[in-house]
Design a protein around this ligand. Structure first.
Ligand SMILES: [Fe+2]
Length: 281
């Protein structure tokens, strides 16, 4: 259950905050595989178990879209069951593989889920950082769009608390990565986002999914980071005419650690069990 803004205001601005960031699980109905090859459900379960094993425990879990793969109701039923085992509050935005209306119905009992229109949210009562979810997905399309309404909504939200350290989470990255076959489906009009964010130096990160790889770059005067998928990785092919492909690389997640005197450190965390701990050397 979400804590109230009044509770937050009693000094949590000064506290550490740890955020586990999952992306693009592409969940399927029970017994089905992602593209008939990858057991995305089992891989998401491994991600959930990995979060449960972290010490200290994250304060919050965020998910940057493509929760499910085809948008079918059976996928949302399974997603809802799996997410119920996460003990932290969860904030999610849809991706291009999600169905916005099924997503809304499935998770509409959470107060941050908008009752109409894009599934934007701004949540500020879960710790030091304010989390903005920016739903730039275009129903029926794979690309995103920083359209007039999204620009206006974001401007208004940032203006509400301009001094507050803030994370913006969106699905499609607003830049060209150099992997041309995925860049065809990026968030269009990304320069508009850069122009807005550049006026708010307290935006600590822009976080994206969609691209199924870890990337980081400077964007709009802040740092933009893309999250790996808990399932497959888009092939790292930087030739202009590269053929689209995916790989089953080691799955991973991000862990964002806010330290009041320092700022936000983002860790890339492989999911799984690995040999160790060994002696420190
Ligand atoms: Fe995806």
């Amino acid at each position: 259950m979400l804590k109230t803004a009044a509770n937050w205001a009693d000094g949590k601005r000064r506290l550490h905050m740890l955020i586990a960031h999952l992306s693009d699980p592409h969940l399927r109905p029970h017994g089905h595989r992602y593209n008939n090859i990858v057991d995305s459900n089992a891989m998401f379960l491994a991600a959930i178990q990995h979060i449960a094993s972290l010490d200290p425990q994250p304060d919050l879990v965020i998910l940057s879209g493509d929760l499910v793969d085809t948008g079918d109701q059976a996928e949302y039923t399974l997603a809802s069951e799996m997410l119920a085992s996460i003990r932290q509050p969860i904030l999610m935005i849809p991706g291009n593989h999600d169905d916005r209306e099924r997503f809304r119905v499935c998770f509409g009992n959470n107060s941050y889920i908008a009752s109409t229109g894009p599934l934007h949210f701004a949540v500020g009562d879960l710790g030091a950082l304010r989390i903005i979810g920016l739903d730039i997905t275009v129903p029926g399309a794979h690309y995103g769009d920083m359209n007039d309404a999204a620009c206006l909504w974001l401007e208004e939200r940032l203006a509400e608390e301009p001094e507050r350290p803030t994370i913006i989470m969106m699905h499609q990255p607003p830049f060209n990565s150099g992997i041309t076959f995925i860049d065809a489906y990026c968030c269009r009009q990304g320069a508009r986002l850069a122009n807005i964010v550049a006026r708010y130096p307290t935006v600590e990160r822009i976080l994206c999914g969609h691209i199924h790889r870890f990337m980081q770059l400077r964007f709009g005067g802040t740092m933009l980071v893309t999250a790996p998928s808990t399932t497959t990785a888009i092939a790292l092919r930087l030739h202009e005419d590269a053929k689209p492909a995916s790989f089953i690389e080691p799955p991973a997640m991000l862990l964002h650690h806010w330290q009041p005197q320092l700022g936000l450190i983002t860790h890339l965390v492989p999911i799984g069990s690995f040999q160790g701990p060994l002696a420190f050397f």
